[in-house]
Design a binder for this molecule. Structure first.
Ligand SMILES: O=P(O)(O)OC[C@H]1O[C@H](O)[C@H](O)[C@@H](O)[C@@H]1O
Length: 325
């Protein structure tokens, strides 16, 4: 490369904007993360909610409904809602807790934690309870969420939740990264890593069953909480020849949800046919809630990669998929 050209390239890199604060739908505050090879992600402060994750070809990897309502108090339908301090309807709070419909702040003063020093496209968010929230859930906490778009395009979310109570009281919560993956055709999708695991079936009174030995495929509504799952789960989009690999830490459970046709029609913020193009696989901590004493901190991490299925030689063999990367 000629020297001038080289210098220009260098300049381009130095000027590169990894993190941009802007406005999204309905004027809501939004942060765009970009990486040099054209990967990108978008995060709304409303909900601390990732609403977009694109690969280097500009293809959207997360599902967001065309009917999503970007307006409080409804959580955004799609992307990655944060379920805290309660997953599901079981508890004293609204379904999936309140973190997904609160406005988070940018945390310019996040305590350091060991990360990859090559990560430049990241944002630190923080949620603390308002006086109103304290009436619903009488606990002080600091919830720090770091969202990183790694140089290779992986999307990483790390949650750090700390008990800040001054009354000496512990608190207990459940949690999930409620990730909506974009898939071409749900009937051509398989999930690997959950076979033979026990699950609670939300469609059958949370009764406990054991999954069969084959990878999971989809032909009707599913709403299951898989228990004590492995740290890697693969979602194979056969038609697009793309595999999502979900890696998780501190989150033993995994929810798998697709509303299918009837429930899709019943949801105001979800298109009737959209169930064909999404699948939720949610890294979670549900069966054994987390209890923190004052001063204690919990961490839960999720990392998503999207790779060509052919890259995982042996393709549909779960062992090969899960060991790659
Ligand atoms: O409609 P939402 O409150 O966002 O919940 C959407 C879905 O989330 C999870 O996957 C639950 O397991 C489902 O039971 C629920 O229907």
């Amino acid at each position: 490369m000629a020297t001038v050209e080289k210098e220009e390239k260098q300049m381009e890199k130095e000027d590169f904007v990894y993190v941009e604060q802007t406005k999204g739908v309905n004027g809501l505050d939004k942060v765009i993360l970009r990486e040099v090879r054209d990967f990108s992600a978008e995060v709304y402060l409303y909900g601390g909610h990732v609403t977009s994750w694109k690969n280097e070809h500009g293809e959207e990897l997360l599902f967001v409904s065309n009917k999503a309502i970007f307006k409080p108090p409804k959580a955004i339908r799609g992307g990655i809602p944060i379920c805290f301090p309660q997953f599901g309807p079981h508890g004293t709070l609204e379904q999936h807790g309140f973190a997904r419909n609160r406005v988070w702040s940018i945390d310019n003063d996040a305590p350091p934690f060991s990360t990859n020093s090559t990560d430049k496209a990241f944002i630190d968010l923080i949620l603390k309870p308002s006086d109103e929230d304290m009436k619903l859930w009488p606990h002080k906490y600091e919830f720090r969420l770091r969202i990183t778009l790694a140089p290779g395009g992986d999307l990483k979310l790390t949650s750090r939740i700390r008990n800040m109570n001054t009354d000496g009281k512990p608190f207990t919560f459940t949690f999930a990264y409620h990730t909506y993956f974009a898939v071409t055709d749900i009937s051509e999708v398989r999930v690997e890593g959950l076979e033979t695991h026990d699950y609670l079936d939300n469609l059958r009174n949370r009764e406990r069953f054991t999954e069969q030995g084959d990878a999971i495929t989809f032909e009707s509504e599913v709403d299951k909480v898989y228990l004590s799952t492995p740290t890697k789960i693969a979602i194979l989009d056969h038609e697009r020849k793309r595999t999502f690999v979900l890696r998780k830490d501190g989150l033993p459970d995994a929810v798998v949800w697709n509303p299918w046709d009837k429930k899709a029609k019943a949801m105001a913020d979800f298109g009737d046919e959209e169930y064909k193009h999404m699948l939720c696989v949610e890294a979670a901590c549900i069966e054994k809630p987390i209890t923190l004493k004052p001063g204690e901190e919990w961490r839960g991490r999720q990392e998503l990669s999207a790779v060509p299925s052919s890259y995982c030689s042996g393709q549909l063999d779960p062992e090969t998929v899960l060991q790659s990367g």
